[in-house]
Design a protein around this ligand. Structure first.
Ligand SMILES: Nc1ncnc2c1ncn2[C@@H]1O[C@H](COP(=O)(O)OP(=O)(O)OP(=O)(O)O)[C@@H](O)[C@H]1O
Length: 409
């Protein structure tokens, strides 16, 4: 049993999410990327997080990653019975590694039940911002978001989160918790990495730079509409997860089955919708609400709704209209701007075949092989620790006061 500290008590929260609670005391492995964001993760930990966790009785071991894929290797080899939760202090990239490392283990069905937590110290911090958004609290940024997530983590509540399996032509299957992007958004994400030192503002700079040289991307986009199937059920805490059978992949024995997908070299299933246009400015598939701290790309998303929120923008949009869309996205208002070039729909699976010879495709902000790609959502596959939902009003007020005091100090 991996999650030995997780109580069997499980209940429905006000947002409809399945929740459970870690027992006290809890033992957490805290994986930190010291280079994340502005390179201040260790200072932020020393100033804000260490005392907070100690005072809450959260026993934790700090593990500082030394290189790319270090966290992935660590969780692949770790004795998970030693830990009640794995907490990532970094940006979204380190969590991507941890999730994929867990799903590459021979015991992936147990491993992926290990609750995960995030303490944001990156430049994007999309998952942390999404978690904060689901609480209904007013948006907070950078250190305030970190401190808020720290307090929430101390409450030890575990909710479910969707994962999306991603297939590309010649690499093993990946698992994604945030987004799949092609075109404008992917270009901005990767090109703006050189502005990492300015934090979240890198996306604004990158957007303005890319607007000046706006590209059209050719390709074929198809999807399975969410409305064509009954909602997928969440896996319960003890139910066995499906093994890979229906969709052969290069990691055939690990991870849940992809029952909605056919191999990339085969024609699409007949009940899929093929988008008529072939010229796009961007395609963005979101499964959490935020694309970055200040980009509310899928305002209707919840952590385990079982949907991919597919957004695409057709070619022909003016630079001004595209800029307005991104400005509106700060408050999640882009979907209600009546922009005739923007389409938003909920799907369970999608396939993209880029025809432009060059381009960038990102998964959770990481570059993947450019070429055909397809995706299927797996509802509530992983447990994470947002912990806001059962805060009493009094606790919420205390958290807000403590956040203000910590940030001021
Ligand atoms: N010690 C290290 N030195 C350099 N890179 C590292 C180190 N530890 C981890 N990494 C790699 O750095 C990459 C970026 O990390 P991460 O995404 O967590 O931070 P970020 O890019 O600053 O944040 P965000 O994704 O929010 O913009 C990851 O791919 C991770 O593997």
């Amino acid at each position: 049993m991996v999650c030995c500290g997780e109580l069997t008590l499980s209940f429905l929260s006000s947002a409809g999410a399945s929740m459970s609670v870690l027992s006290r005391p809890s033992r957490m492995m805290l994986l930190m990327n010291p280079q994340s964001g502005k390179g201040q993760a260790l200072t932020l930990y020393n100033n804000h997080i260490q005392r907070m966790l100690n005072e809450a009785g959260v026993t934790h071991t700090l593990v500082i990653t030394e290189r790319q894929n270090h966290a992935r290797e660590l969780v692949k080899e770790a004795d998970l019975s030693q830990w009640d939760a794995l907490v990532i202090m970094s940006g979204d990239g380190l969590l991507f590694e941890v999730i994929n490392g867990l799903l590459e283990r021979p015991d992936w069905e147990e491993a992926i039940r290990t609750p995960l937590g995030i303490l944001p110290s990156g430049s994007g911090n999309a998952l942390a911002a999404s978690i904060h958004h689901y609480s209904g609290a007013s948006p907070v940024f950078s250190e305030e978001l970190l401190v808020s997530c720290g307090f929430l983590l101390c409450q030890r509540l575990v909710a479910r989160m969707d994962l999306v399996s991603i297939h590309v032509a010649s690499s093993p299957r990946l698992f994604s918790f945030l987004s799949l992007a092609w075109g404008f958004v992917a270009d901005v994400d990767i090109e703006s990495e050189k502005y990492r030192q300015v934090g979240a503002a890198r996306f604004t700079i990158g957007t303005l730079v890319r607007l000046a040289s706006l590209h059209i991307y050719k390709g074929k986009l198809a999807y399975l509409p969410a409305s064509s199937l009954a909602p997928a059920s969440r896996p319960s805490k003890d139910s066995p997860l499906q093994r890979t059978e229906s969709m052969p992949s290069r990691s055939a024995t690990k991870g849940p089955s992809d029952s909605l997908l056919l191999p990339l070299d085969q024609p699409l299933p007949s009940d899929w919708v093929v988008v008529q246009e072939e010229d796009f400015v961007l395609m963005l598939a979101m499964y959490q609400s935020h694309l970055a701290e200040d980009l509310l790309a899928a305002p209707g998303a919840t952590s385990d709704d079982g949907f991919i929120h597919l957004i695409y923008v057709r070619a022909g949009i003016s630079r001004t209209a595209l800029l307005k869309l991104f400005l509106a996205m700060e408050k999640g208002a882009h979907l209600t701007t009546n922009c005739q070039h923007l389409v938003h729909t909920k799907v369970r699976a999608l396939r993209l075949e880029p025809h432009s010879p060059k381009g960038i495709i990102t998964v959770d902000g990481e570059v993947v092989e450019y070429g055909p790609v397809q995706a299927e959502v797996h509802r509530g596959l992983v447990g994470f620790m947002p912990s806001w939902l059962l805060c009493s009003m009094l606790e919420t007020v205390c958290v807000c006061v403590c956040v203000c005091v910590c940030v001021c100090v």
